[in-house]
Design a protein around this ligand. Structure first.
Ligand code: 1GP
Length: 248
């Protein structure tokens, strides 16, 4: 099970790196290149999804990933149509930072039979959108205010509530292409308040920032945009994340 592996890795204090694949921004050839660079760089996970996903290629790309390498594929869906039974697991997102009932529970109810039938490993994920300095697709589509970046107390209370409600993972996201990534202070405040694995993404473009996020308590760093622009960052960020000393 992916979740057990994820939790085990956290207990050992080891950090992981996930490459985000947005099916709208890729083609089969560029995905091939990303796969081989990711294998060489010892990337831990592929996340597949996006806020919109206008194309119909989700299944195709998930199959391409699965047939080319052993890196686990986790779906990171912007909406319930983004389900592929060929993936390994589903980040079953509930937007706990917002007050939009549809994204907290409504879409889950409507798609529950389909999700259950998929046979995917389901990982309940408390999804928290943090203000990244400019409106991102996720903040617009979700129609819900993000948590202000300087309000660590709101973030930690939100994560705590998510944990007590039974979420298995906390995902802190400044949104794809965020101008400003999530500050380390906020990551640290959340990491000290919950014992769940913490995923952090949105606007990370430098290996140093990935490293500092991990030191602050992030367990998995996700990068999408920056890699689409410069694929050599896959190795640089993977090395930075994996160089964080494990807890003793
Ligand atoms: C977005 O967390 C992801 O949901 C990754 O963001 O594309 O900015 O790396 P970037």
């Amino acid at each position: 099970m992916i979740y057990q592996q994820l939790n085990h890795t956290k207990q050992k204090g080891k950090k992981s790196f996930a490459v985000l694949i947005d099916p709208d921004k890729i083609n089969a050839a560029s995905l091939d290149r990303i796969i081989s660079l990711s294998v060489q760089a010892a990337v831990d996970y592929f996340f597949v999804g996006g806020s919109l996903v206008l194309s119909n290629h989700l299944d195709k790309y998930v199959m391409q990933l699965k047939s080319s390498c052993d890196i686990p594929v986790l779906l990171f869906p912007g909406n319930p149509s983004q389900i592929s039974e060929h993936a390994d697991a589903l980040l079953y997102l509930s937007l706990i930072s917002g007050r939009n009932a549809d994204l907290l529970i409504g879409q889950h109810v409507a798609s529950a039979p389909k999700v259950k039938q998929s046979g995917l490993e389901i990982m309940a994920t408390g999804y928290m959108v943090i203000d990244g300095g400019a409106p991102t697709t996720v903040s617009y589509i979700s129609n819900a205010a993000p948590i202000p970046a300087d309000k660590s107390d709101i973030a930690l209370c939100t994560a705590m509530a998510g944990e007590m409600l039974g979420m298995k993972i906390i995902y802190m996201d400044a949104g794809s292409g965020a101008k400003v990534p999530i500050p380390e202070e906020m990551i640290q405040a959340v990491a000290q308040s919950v014992s769940l694995p913490i995923i952090v993404g949105g606007g990370i473009v430098q290996p140093e920032k990935a490293y500092l996020n991990c030191k602050a308590g992030a367990d998995i760093i996700v990068v999408g945009n920056a890699i689409e622009k410069d694929a050599s960052l896959i190795k640089e960020i993977s090395d930075a994340v994996h160089s964080v000393p494990a807890k003793v």
